[in-house]
Ligand binder design. Structure first.
Ligand code: 6CS
Length: 316
């Protein structure tokens, strides 16, 4: 039989590389085949999620940036400055976190989804038409965000005017000046040519892009234990692969952007310049707890513990 797997990026982008590795592993170790549906073939992220929940798709990769509107606790990934930007610490965190591996699966299960893994896709950078180093300079700047309420709160707290949009509308909205900025990891800024419609890349260090892969839960529960194990093993192999694959990707993407558009500027804010953004983050964290109550708070606290453990492990 054939299992259908949709993701939010192109075949040669990070989610596509992960999906291809997963497919190869499953097919090498079972009689099942996997059909991959890259971004654009089945609609926007919200559409593929509906299809996965309905069982039309067996697997889906959807980032918490979108899932946060369905599972409010998944917005924890948008508490600014919570996640480190260092890949080694992140990999250790995602592998071992009790919040990720113990708590989130229950929340996804309530939505008919078997959470298989979450993995990092790189430091989030902001691309804008005008330069900025402070929240004041973001005043009146419309920045596109993925469609979850907490990300909207973040950009309000950062002094900008957030505009949630599905991915497919971003390039055109920048081109026509409906928005003046957006955020994404560097590989994606390069591959989707965001540098053609913005002029400045700014790293304020506020986040790392997280994504999640899940299966339709009824489908997964109906599989033999052997097949479930094939899937879990394939996920582990693909996870290791995607961490290795991203080694140097951020830097290589900057070089490609510079080659394509020499006038593009790249700015990493200093600790001093980051201070007001970090201050704003406290407000966003409080909003997260308001929005999600005890369950959200428990996840946030567990994540902080898990992150401290990951930091410890990678610094020793
Ligand atoms: O910004 C977005 O909407 C997209 N960004 C990435 C890195 N992957 C998929 C997502 O749709």
């Amino acid at each position: 039989d054939t299992w259908r797997y949709a993701f939010e990026e192109a075949m040669d982008e990070v989610q596509g590389i992960f999906a291809q590795k997963f497919k190869a592993e499953v097919e090498a170790n079972s009689d099942h085949e996997i059909q991959l549906f890259p971004y654009g073939t089945l609609g926007e992220s919200a559409d593929t999620m509906e299809q996965a929940q309905a069982g039309i798709l067996h697997f889906v990769d959807q980032s918490p940036g979108f899932t946060g509107s369905l599972i409010p606790e998944a917005q924890v990934f948008f508490v600014p400055y919570l996640l480190p930007t260092d890949t080694e610490t992140l990999a250790s965190f995602f592998r071992n976190s009790e919040a990720i591996n113990g708590m989130f699966p229950e929340l996804y299960a309530e939505q008919g989804l078997e959470l298989l893994t979450m993995f990092p896709e790189g430091e989030v950078a902001i691309t804008t038409k005008g330069p900025f180093t402070s929240p004041e300079e973001l005043n009146e700047v419309k920045v596109r965000t993925m469609t979850n309420p907490l990300l909207v709160e973040s950009y309000k707290a950062f002094g900008a005017t957030p505009t949630p949009l599905p991915w497919g509308e971003v390039y055109g909205a920048l081109q026509t000046n409906i928005i003046q900025g957006q955020e994404n990891p560097m590989f994606f800024i390069e591959s989707t040519k965001m540098y053609e419609v913005t002029d400045h890349v700014t790293m304020i260090g506020h986040n790392n892009f997280t994504t999640a892969v899940m299966a339709n839960k009824d489908f997964f529960d109906g599989l033999s234990e052997e097949d479930q194990q094939v899937i879990r093993n394939a996920i582990d192999v693909a996870f290791d692969h995607i961490i290795d694959y991203q080694d140097g990707l951020h830097e290589a993407s900057i070089e490609k952007i510079r080659a394509a558009k020499p006038s593009m500027t790249f700015t990493t804010l200093t600790e001093e310049q980051r201070a007001p953004f970090k201050e704003a983050a406290r407000e966003v964290e409080a909003r997260f707890i308001q929005m999600t109550g005890e369950r959200g708070q428990a996840i946030l606290e567990q994540m902080k513990e898990d992150l401290a453990a990951a930091q410890e492990a990678s610094s020793s």
